[in-house]
Design a protein around this ligand. Structure first.
Ligand code: ADP
Ligand code: MG
Length: 460
């Protein structure tokens, strides 16, 4: 079997596992560049693709390769390479191989296409749209600004800076803009990144000598959504790069949307010149939802998930869970999980008890990574040393990934810190685990239940 045939067969397997849009964005233009004693080098068109394959599809790719070859694949690495060398070598029979007639190859990662940002693959959560965003007093200004930006990207408020406390809908709203713009013009390049992802990509690009390709790829974006910019605090090199990226996009009237947990001026250790840029456009805040909004959100979530709850119960929850929308959703989910588990009808009395036990728990801040790991180990009845160890058995891998996911979600620990907690693993392993579980939560009822139950244990 030639490398090409092998890869075509592997892609055939992968095609069954990932969505069509993801497949064409991330996998279609890849190829095998080298195989050597169980080590496979996959050529990818740009850094985005590399990052995504590493964090999201690595395991699938390894497994598919092993299935096809029937051999143990010891290592798969991804390398940015233009597919031109390959075309010249006559290795490609794929007539769809992209325009390769342009200028001579300058270096690897030449002509980076930001494939991450073609339609539907902008890193957006499909459910974060304007349709599912409930408007209320606390968020109407931010929503109006977001709608205006979605209608005329780059022309009204640039940047749009949205700030507010956790769980109030910043990420949802910023992604809604991305969806709307893509809906109107699927060719637009929209990219959602957290400032942590931006930082990681930047640092990796520099380390691997791909700084230029990184720069260029970011500069081809039409709409850049950067979430939780407060995490750029103190990272000077990344701030500098972000500053230049921002300027380049802004000058060419490309839309930038930024979120933060606080207004620009209150972000510590962020360069003054960046702060002043943030204030160029529109700064809009999202405040806590009022009672009416909380009720409307609960109703919408119930309709979406086909939960049937009485008005009394909804009122009770809306009155007693006030802090933010995420808590509200969380309370609702726990109530439903509990009812299912115990097979009992939900009424005001049961909800009262459940919420009381929820609110009497120590604040989330009190939870430590160690507690999460212990709880997960206890839940799956496995030993801590196995959970933290190196065995790749599925019975251990999944709990390990769930631990990382929960530490991330509940404690907001950084990826390197999570890796350390889980027996000194690499931060990319932690990133991969979190993505993986987030994906599984969509697909697997079992994982969903396990995670819900572990969460209950964490707070009980
Ligand atoms: P933030 O980024 O501000 O921390 P998110 O955007 O992640 O908050 O929102 C937390 C959760 O609450 C998400 O599931 C989101 O869909 C939901 N949510 C937030 N605000 C609203 C709203 N106004 N209408 C519907 N759902 C909302
Ligand atoms: Mg957010």
């Amino acid at each position: 079997m030639t490398n090409d045939e092998l890869w075509q067969a592997t892609l055939g397997e992968l095609e069954l596992l990932v969505s069509k849009a993801n497949f064409s964005t991330w996998l279609k233009e890849t190829f095998i560049s080298e195989i050597d004693a169980g080590r496979v080098v996959v050529g990818v068109p740009n850094l985005f693709t590399k990052g995504w394959l590493e964090t999201k599809y690595h395991q699938n790719i390894c497994k598919a390769l092993e299935n096809i070859t029937g051999q143990v694949i010891s290592e798969v690495i991804y390398r940015v390479e233009s597919s031109r060398g390959r075309a010249a070598a006559g290795a490609t029979k794929n007539s769809a191989a992209p325009k390769q007639t342009a200028a001579p190859a300058a270096n690897v990662g030449d002509a980076p296409r930001v494939d991450a940002v073609s339609k539907g693959d902008s890193n957006l959560n499909p459910s974060y749209t304007f349709d599912t965003f409930i408007v209320g007093k606390g968020n109407e200004l931010a929503r109006a600004a977001a709608m205006a930006v979605a209608d005329r990207p780059g022309q009204v408020y640039n940047p749009l800076f949205i700030y507010g406390g956790v769980g109030l809908g910043k990420t949802h709203l910023m992604q809604a803009v991305g969806h709307k713009i893509l809906e109107k013009d699927p060719k637009k390049k929209v990219l959602y990144v957290t400032s942590e992802q931006f930082t990681n990509e930047f640092i990796q690009a520099i380390q691997k000598g791909n700084g230029e390709a990184f720069k260029r790829s970011y500069r081809t974006i039409d709409v850049l959504l950067v979430d939780d910019i407060q995490f750029l605090t103190g990272k000077e090199g990344t701030q500098e790069e972000f500053f230049h990226t921002f300027n380049a996009l802004h000058q060419t009237k490309k839309q930038v949307i930024i979120t933060s947990d606080r207004p620009p001026k209150s972000i510590p250790a962020i360069e003054h010149r960046l702060i002043s840029r943030f204030e160029w456009g529109m700064v809009a805040d999202i405040a806590q939802p009022d009672l009416e909004t909380r009720r409307a959100i609960l109703e919408a979530k119930c309709a979406e998930k086909s939960y049937k709850l009485s008005i009394d119960v909804l009122n009770y929850i809306a009155t007693h869970v006030q802090s933010n929308v995420r808590e509200l959703e969380g309370a609702l989910n726990r109530i439903m999980a509990n009812a299912q588990l115990k097979n009992e009808v939900v009424n005001v009395e049961t909800v009262k008890q459940l919420l009381a036990s929820l609110t009497n728990q120590p604040r989330r801040g009190g939870l430590t990574p160690k507690q999460v790991v212990q709880t997960v180990a206890g839940f799956f009845d496995i030993r801590m040393e196995d959970l933290l160890g190196t065995s790749r058995k599925k019975e251990l891998v999944v709990p390990r990934q769930i631990s990382m996911y929960l530490i991330r979600e509940e404690i907001k620990a950084s990826f390197p810190a999570i890796g350390m907690e889980l027996g000194g693993r690499d931060h990319t392993t932690a990133m991969h685990a979190c993505l993986k579980i987030a994906q599984e939560l969509e697909n697997s009822e079992k994982i969903r239940q396990d995670v819900a139950l572990i969460r209950q244990r964490l707070y009980n």
